[in-house]
Write a protein that binds this ligand. Structure first.
Ligand SMILES: [Zn+2]
Length: 261
């Protein structure tokens, strides 16, 4: 299996072999370049693609699901738009999972309370969602995760099990932090890209095309255009007899581990 560990070991041996050849036969230094470039390329691909399982196993869909079941996930809230998302989910009798940012929970605790009261699941999406999150060291990442867990657990009274890395990037430091915190990484296989464009038609066509049994859709509850897309998407799912289920049900994984006394 292509993992960060296997690839690193392979390339270290390859480099050692080249050093021996260089000392023994005086080979051209260009060979080192030829070996290092693909190593960097594999690492960029593996860390930026959550479904690659390069650093850590990420649950991105349920490939064995044959029934028309799909899960919706909302990142980066809670925000004022979360309330409109909740309204729509109620209207279409759909349950979703919200990956919350710690600092946004501090801003809108009452909205998070409502999310949970209405039967949706919540997961950890870091405390700061910093642009530099991928460059953080393991202790900093761990502190971010633990701080956000504490904020969420005030409302769930149960240990948070799901984590979604900001931007879907997983680094060796994130991998090491997750080994300690024990979170399960939840990815997606249907990305709306609603954070990159406000063009509703573009977003809607993109996600409609990718709908499949066992899929996990990534949306955001932070902007008005995402809410407008959601209404049309829920209509589409209903017309096509899709059942919107929780990530927990779709993946057969627990979102929370145990009740806190
Ligand atoms: Zn995010």
């Amino acid at each position: 299996m292509i993992t960060h560990k296997n690839i690193s070991v392979f390339f270290i041996f390859l480099l050692l072999f080249l050093f021996v050849l260089k000392a023994d036969k005086g080979i051209n230094e260009l060979w080192f370049f030829i070996v290092i470039v693909p190593f960097i390329a594999i690492n960029i691909y593996g860390t930026s693609r959550i479904s690659s399982n390069y650093i850590i196993k990420a649950f991105c869909n349920n490939p064995s699901e044959t029934e028309k079941k799909i899960a919706l996930t909302f990142d980066d809230g809670p925000s004022i738009y979360t309330l409109e998302v909740l309204e729509l989910l109620k209207k279409y009798d759909a349950k979703a999972t919200f990956f919350c940012i710690g600092k946004n929970i501090e801003k809108h605790p009452e909205i998070l309370k409502q999310v949970i009261a209405e039967g949706h699941l919540v997961g950890n999406h870091s405390y700061s969602h910093s642009k530099f999150f991928d460059f953080y060291t393991e202790p900093t990442i761990r502190k971010e995760l633990q701080k956000t867990d504490q904020l969420l657990e005030k409302f769930t009274s149960k240990k948070i099990n799901f984590f979604r890395p900001p931007y879907g990037v997983t680094t060796p430091s994130i991998g090491r932090a997750l080994k300690i915190t024990g979170h399960k990484v939840i990815g997606w296989n249907i990305r709306s890209l609603d954070g990159g464009t406000t063009n509703q038609e573009l977003i809607l066509n993109r996600i409609k095309k990718r709908v499949c049994p066992g899929g996990i859709v990534l949306l955001h509850d932070t902007a008005p255009h995402s809410v407008l897309v959601l209404e049309q998407f829920l209509q589409f799912l209903q017309q096509n007899n899709y059942e919107v289920v929780s990530v927990e049900e779709l993946l057969k994984l627990n979102a929370y581990e145990f009740e806190r006394g």
